[in-house]
Design a protein around this ligand. Sequence first.
Ligand code: GLN
Length: 289
Amino acid sequence: MLLCCMKTINDVFARYKKELQHIYDTNETEAITLLVISQINELSKAKIKAFPETIITTGVAEKLEDILIELKTGKPVQYVLGTTEFYGLPFLVNPSVLIPRPETEELVEWAISSVDKGQNGNILDIGTGSGCIAISLKKNLAQFDVSAIDISADAIKTAESNAALNKVDVNFIRQDILKYAEIELPKSSIIISNPPYVTLHDKTQMHTNVTDFEPHTALFVPENDPLIFYKAIADFAKVNLLPGGLLFFEINESYGEETVKMLAGKQFKNIELRKDMSGRDRMIKAVNV
Ligand code: GLN
């Protein structure tokens, strides 16, 4: 389409709205457009809103057009731009890692608020992906040593770049949690995980820009064993958490009660199930005895 059509910020909004309407609703398109313009044109979102008649250069219009072509394939804007924000921090993202979600920020918040002042020790994040949980915990609980594992070498690489970007030290290790007997680490005060939990049934309800673009190893679990990662992590945590240590899980909203039962069966105590901001069962905290 013609670059002549995007001369002002208003033109960009109009063009993005028209071209993306088959993928996103009006609010989503507006949020995406705002994000893209603010990043490419280095303008604050407030300025973009306040001065929609601002003229953009041909160079900027060209970049915005290239981005639009990628967005039209359904690729999430975070992958197109290569960055996102999590817990107030910048993160590099690419299709080897899941895009950090706001629900996961709530899990991080819960973990941070569960730590006593002056407490220290080790924290372990299992299935770290972009490193968003491990890095935001290290940033806010600097007195802890933080380690994180992931099965994917590309995810570990991305997580390492993110630790450098955020100027924190996290020990990233490539490991498969399903082979947890092979993992040797110092005992932790906190083990935290947002493992894969999407079933084939859930997949049918999901937007194709998640299922077509985000890494399947980070998302999907077998239909006949949806708690496969939770059971492995709980068994690993029984041995690798200190007595009184905390286990935090992000969970599939449909398996809250089942996950609580599984943990109770493994003698975890004070098991607490919490809802996310959308009112869905989304996270669990449990204490090791
Ligand atoms: N919350 C993610 C989604 O719905 C899934 C995350 C996960 O499987 N751990 O896309």
